[in-house]
Every structure is written in C-alpha cells, then in structure tokens.
Design a protein around this ligand. Sequence first.
Ligand code: SF4
Length: 723
Amino acid sequence: MKETNVICPYCGTGCGIKLTSHDNKIVKVTGIKENPVNEGHLCLKGLYGWDYVESKDRLTKPLIRKKDGVFSKEGTFEESSWDEALSLVVSKMKEAKEAYGPDSIVGNFSARCTLEENYLAQKFMRAIIGTNNVDHCARVCHAPTVAGLAKTIGNGTATNSFTEFEEHTNCIMMIGSNPENAHPIAAMYIQRALNRGAKLIVIDPIKTEFAQKADVHIQLPAEYNIPIINALINHIIAKNLYDKEFVENYTHGFEYLKEAVKEYTPQKVSEMTGVDASLLIKAAELYATTSPAAITHGMGVTHFNHGVGNVCDISNIMLITGNIGKVGAGDLPLRGQQNVQGACDMGVLPNIFPNLKLVSSAEDKAFFEKLWDCKQPLSTEIGIHKTEVPDAIMDGRVKVFYTIGENPVMSEPNTNHFLKGISKLDFYVVQDIFMTETALKADVVLPAVSVGEKQGCYLNAERRVQLNDKTLDPKGEAKQDWQIICELAKRFGATDFNYETPEEIWNEVREADPRRFGGITYKRLRELPGIAWPCPDENHPGTPSLYMDKKFFTKDKKANLVPVIFIDNKDNTAQAEEDLRKELNIPENYPCMVGSVDEKIDEKYPISLLTTRKVYQYTVGTMTRRSKALEQGGDSHGPSAEIHPDLAKRYNLKNHDFIKVESRYGYIAVLVEVTEVVPDNTMQMAFHYWEGLCNELTSGGWDYITKTPTYKAAVRMEKITQE
Ligand code: SF4
C-alpha cells in the first residue's frame, strides 16, 4: 500500500485528497482532515470520480494519422514511437514558422495541468516558437473576472478564502453561480454561515437550491445584471448607506458612479425587469448594513457581451460599502477548474507573461529575455485569443494548433463554426489522457497522464498553492505534460529545457514571480497544507485575505469605481460609451462600461437558452462520463432541456417528451424536463453531453473586451413525434 497527497482533479475549490494505491491502482480515496480547504470532506466527484484513471479508453501510445505507412491528413490513426511523433510535430511547426511566421502556430493549454506545466508551455511558445499565441480555458470562463477586478482593484483574483464564510461572513450575495452543483465544498462553508444566521441574497434567473433558502431571491431576466446591481447601488447611495470614509480615502470615481446609476431607481428597474422593487430595496439594505458581507460570483456574471462590465459593477457595490479588506468580506469568484487561477498566474494568456508582466512592455520583455536566456527577441504582439482561433484559421493566419488537456470541440460555443475552422488546419496536435471528441480530429495525438500520475503544484480559487504528489506510474508509454514539452523544445535545439524534476521548474517560477511565489518552496508545501500568495519570502505565512491595509494593486493604491450602464441595442455600445464619457466628463484613461442583451428572443426564436452544470458531471464530461459511479448517479439521465411548466403546457409537452431545439447556429434533440426552477420562456441545458451538445446551439457572441463567449442563444423548439 502506498499513500500520497493529491489535489482533487475537478473544481477550483482545490480539496486535499489522500490516495491509497496498491499494485499501481487506486484502492482508497479520503479527504485530508488537516487541509483547511476541505477539512476532510469531499463531494461526489472528489470521492467517487476516480475510476476514469483505469478507463479502457486511456491513451497509452502516441498516434499518427497515416496512409500507406506515412503521415497523411486523410489517413487513420496508427500507433507510433515517441521519437517519430515528436519529430513529426516539430517538423510541422518548423515548416509553418518558416513559411508563415511564428504567429501561424497557436497553443491552447490547460487548467488541468500543474503550475509548472503551464509555466513551461507558455515559455515554449514564447521563447522557442516566438509567439504570444497562448491561451486556456479562463478565456471561456473567468477572463472577464480577471479584467473587471483588474480595472477596479488592480488584481483579478479572489480577495478572501472560502473558509472565512463559516465564522466571519454575516451576509453573502451570490450572483450567477450555483456552488451546490459546481463547487460543493465551497458551498458547505456558505451553508455553515447560514446555519450560524448569516443572511443570503441570490441574484439568479434560476431558482437554485440556495435561491430557495435565500432571504432575498432576485429572479432577474437573463442578462439584466447591470440594471439590478445599479438599482442596489442607487438605493445604497440615496439612503446614505454607503461607507463615506472608505469611499473618500480609498477610491476614485464616486461622482461618476453616482451619476451613472441615478436613472436606475428600484422603481424604474422594476419596470424594466419585472423584479419587485421591494426585493431590490431589501437586498440593497441587507448587503449595505450587514457587515462583513461577501460576494460569490460565477459564470452567470461572466458569460455576457458585457462580462467585464458586470464584474466592475460587482466591484462597485463591494467598494462603496467598504466590504473589502476585512476577514469575511470581499469577492470570491468561483473558479471552475482546479488550476484555472494558476494557469492565468503562469502567463498562459495572450497579453501577459508570468508575474502579470505585459508582453507589450519593453522592460518586461527584457526581464524574460534574460531569465530565459532567449536566442531570439520575444514578441511584443498580443497573441490570438482562444475564441478567435476558428476565424484565424479560416482567414489563413493560423496553420498549426497545439491543444493540451482541453476538449474544445465540446467546450467552445457554436460547435459547427469551430469544427469548420479546425478542418482547415495544416496540422493539429492534441495532447490528452483520452481520445476525446477533439483528439479524434487531430493529426497527432500525444498520450499524457492524469493528476494521480504526476507531480506538481496547483493553485485553487483562493490563491492557495498546494503540492500534488505522484501516486501511480503512467499508463503504457504516456508521459507527464512537462516532459513532453521539454522533449519538443529540445528538438528545436533549446538548451535550457533540461529540467529533471517539476521542482526545478517551480524554482524558476519563484524567480520569475518572487513577489507572489518567492517564499513558496516544495519543502514548505510538504510541511504545510498550502500557502496563499503573495508569499515573498520563506518566513512569510502567505496571505489568505488581501487588502487588509486598504492598499489596492493599482498604481496609486486606490480602487476605481467604474460607471456601468445598460442599453437596449448592443450595436450602439461604442456610441453609448462615448456619450457616457462626454456626459460625465470621464477622461479617456478612466474605465467606463456599457452592457446589453446579446441575442434577443423574437418571433422566430422565442426562448432564451441558458447553460449550466449538474452536480454529478464536470465540464464537458471527459473524466466524469468515464466514471461509472458518477455517470450512473441520481440525476444523470443525460442531456435534457429544462423548461417551466407554463412553457411546457403551451407546447403540449410533458416530462421526458423528445424535442428538437434549434438556434441560428445548429439543432439537437433532447428530453424535456419540466421544472419550476427555470422561469417561463427560458430553457436551461447542461453542457456535459456529446449526444445532446448544447454548444451546437450557442451563439458566437462574446464579451467585447475579453472575447469570452456568452454561451447563450435564442432558440425555438418542437415536439418530436414517433411518426
Ligand atoms: Fe473536488 Fe471541487 Fe468536490 Fe472539492 S468541491 S471534492 S475540489 S469537485
């Protein structure tokens, strides 16, 4: 028997797990009691979702598409040696670089990989290939959180820790998130706060489990977050419930904000949204007068054409009430994947290096050219965002695509558009543990390993770095992602990719970002259950709660209150922003935001489609759908369209009837699930299922700053009858 500590391979809560193995197989899974993230508790996925490791579908050898024994895009997959597969990948990358330049190659990396692997992947693309074309799944989830919080408080991460809810938080405002399904152990701390008497405000079109027990549930129409938050801010200012001392000493822009929200009285917003004005007033007063108050937000805030605007407005309400820089207050964005915060911090983004250094800054570029001993200057061009890749392939800018640990055929919006894009690639490399829907479209597939089969660090949604130890040997000839990247780099002639262990890579990360990670060593991580950054030296205990000194990460340490307004027609966004600047006299270098509904319902497509997650499944199901316990679990009857009983009645539908759902982008057939949790004229679908993939319906609309998809659409439905 062998026992090792690992980090749960699923959500961003980052629960600590003890894996017991025998004969290279997992025989027992237990939560680690001493780990403050989960205190020994695990949710369904963390406890039962491990049999995917032994799935017969695991990739064990490199695969190359061949015809008559040689590589051919028209060929079928044949097993190959590592040497043959890696040499082919490198030769295709070199060909593209020579013929079309380094920006013809794009890397799409992974929040499933360790910090060390993410650091190395972006270093490979920047220092060896010579491009900033690196991105990962934050682009399709919390990129607007990063950008929105950066605009207001100078840093796009969680301000506090989940565990603070239990003892300290007296009011929780949950906006567009469903932690009982997506982050169950974080939800446990929220529930413990409620058990102690904390108040709960839920802002969500869906009657989630928490909404059903909230003190106030604001069931807004989808995409109307800005008018709702503005109404709360309007009332807080009108009733003098804001923290004047905090606003005066620690923020800029109060007058802009006050003017921007003056039209958004609870009464007017009630007329616009149908939400009872008394609920808006009650929520505003509860949040402003019950201290400390914390906010949690999810993708019901970021998946909009104005995701950054939504986050700025959340930051506004937090700042004017002084609910930041206190234990139990702040904003906790619920990050979806176990290392999505980490991949951002490692610079797997098209505009930043590690340590939040800008690719466009000569000084920052020089720092990394020296650290990486670069043989060629680093690029200063901002790279292609992940969501732009299909268009960039179709217009000839991108020729080679390298995907690690993501399944974009399932996870990108408007599936048909994505498939059309990748069909035009010269060469596609996918590195994964399974033959995913995406790997099936590749030219070369490289077999990687799962969490239990690798060593390295993960960073949870609270900024806590935790060490994951290797428990099992890899399956067949599969390799750790960092080893594969080093092999590729060496075939390009790189001399500084000779790392022997993940710890060596980690020590380079500490050099690249000493302010946040300098004091976090493998030795300390073996002794402590994680350390929250910033941790600048080895005597520093880490920082679970940020801004306790009321100094923000902006240039002058003050936070920005950002005026955000809502308009009727998205085509007028740029003009509305210009008009707002003029009207309020806002300088060009100060942020202001405009939001609107991205795709309105109409006679042809009269139903709003929203996307969600179920508790037994995880993202696009690559792992959970290969776990028997989870796949056969209680609510897991496959894809369905959840609709309100009144909508079902109008279409003469009953539970489990089959329907065709169609949008402007595609159509699918699914079961109907009639439920009162969804409002009328709305349909909710989870995106875990290839056999009823809601992304075949979702639009190509995106946040106008970060290009994060809206994952929504206007749809129509019809009953499928047997004849
Ligand atoms: Fe894993 Fe998230 Fe569940 Fe914790 S809450 S056990 S990290 S899936």
